[in-house]
Structure formats: structure tokens, C-alpha cells
Design a protein around this ligand. Sequence first.
Ligand code: IPD
Ligand code: CA
Ligand code: CA
Length: 267
Amino acid sequence: MHPMLNTAVKAARKAGSMILRAAEDIDQLTVKNKSANDFVSEVDLASEEIIIDTLKAAYPTHGFLGEESGFNDNNSEFIWIIDPLDGTTNFLHQFPQYCVSIALMHKGEITQAVIYDPNRNDLFTATKGRGAFLNDRRLRVSKKTKLKESIIGTGFPFRDFSHLPSYLKMFEEMVLSTSGIRRPGSAALDLAYVAAGWFDGFWEIGLSKWDIAAGALLVKEAGGIVSDFNEKQAWLKTGNILASNGKIYDDFIKIVQKHMSDELKHQ
Ligand code: IPD
Ligand code: CA
Ligand code: CA
């Protein structure tokens, strides 16, 4: 394993154990509203601190983009992109679907990825050019050739409702054209599940860099396609992301494109 990936795995496991311990005592937590339907608990903050401390101890000159602590590039060509708890709403409801997501960006390219689900002890990792893994098993995206036989993951809009009308049209056609839609509630795990072939595809509007940086590398390294809604590579910037195996990609993205508002088209 690449030494930088190894350090990220250590950080993710440490944060994951703390999150699981905290989950046993959820009523004790202080929870704040960042904005409507956007919660942050002391667990999110503690997890980010554990991750950044662990990474900094090994790489004191690297830069960091953390959901809770913000951006400090430290003038480095290495930037760690961190979601210390993806699926906070699930966590606060004791719905066991959440994870830690850590990606390393080197000169603008994502080169290392870790997504750790502490409930299942599922460790997803990828290094650019070296494949994607779940624990020690190599991952490949699914082989489904028909959208009609595919399961698609997604995220519903829940705090910014400006794209809800377009989303609902996409959703309706997706319901009618696939074998089922799932909304587990952690975008990072959703992408990991595309990499594992458990989802045939995934799409969501307006995600943040820390939700998708690691998951996108997993999908690509598992042989899948990741794009924005214009079939370009601006997903990290726009947060509009679609990921799938190569076989259903054209039919899948057609539905998303058909219902894009002008605003989405020009993002
Ligand atoms: C959220 C989850 C969710 C997605 C949201 C994200 P958070 O992350 O990934 O699945 O639908 O858009 O913000 O806030 O729990 O880290
Ligand atoms: Ca997130
Ligand atoms: Ca988060």
C-alpha cells in the first residue's frame, strides 16, 4: 500500500472507532444547526481533528480542505480533502449508514482515496492507476448492460431546494426506467457502492468536494465512469455528479440531461 494511503487508512480507522463509540451515547451529543436541515455534532468536529492530527503528524507540510475546518493549502501541491462524517443526519438518527471519507489531491488530481464504514468495518481504498479495493478484495463496477435492470443510488435535495423541480423530473423518469432507486444517505458510500458493483449507477445535484473526491477515484479505479451532467470532468467544481459502469452510462445520463434546468446546464 502507498505510504500516504496507509496513513489515511490509519486516520480513517481511528476516527471511525471514535464515531462508533459516540454512536452508543447519541443522546449526550451537542448538535448545532449549520443551516436548515444541516447539522453538525461534536462528533463531526472530533473526527476531523483526529484525521487532520494523524495526517499532519506524518505530513506537516501538506494542505487541508476539511468540511468543518475549511481550506488551508499551506502552499503545498498535496491537499487532503476530508469529510469527517458523511451521513451526519443518519448518524444522529442512529441509522447505521455513514462513513469517513479522505482523498488526497496532488497537483489538482485525486491520487489516493479512503472511505471507511465503521458499522460494517468496510474499508474502501484506491490509488490512482492501482485499482480499487474493499478490504483486500479488488473491486470492479457492475456488468449490467440494461438500465431497466439496474439499481441506481441517489441523494434527494434536503437543504437547497432550488433544483428540486428538475430533480423530481429526473427522479420520475428514473423510477420508470430502472429496476429501483435507493437513497441510503451517504454520498461517499453511494460512490463506493458503484465501485463495488452493488449500485449500477449514482447521481446527485450540488454535492461538496469532500462528499465525492474519494468516491470518484474509487469508481474510476474500479473501471467505471464519473462525469458531471454535461459529460465533462467538472464534477468536483459543480458538485453535480453521475457515476456508473460504462455500459449503462449513455442511457443513464440521457435521463439526467433531459430534465436539466438552464441553470444546471450552465454550471
Ligand atoms: C451529506 C450526505 C448525503 C447527501 C448530502 C451530503 P453530510 O453529507 O452525503 O447523502 O445527500 O448532499 O451533504 O452533510 O452528512 O456530510
Ligand atoms: Ca458529506
Ligand atoms: Ca460531513
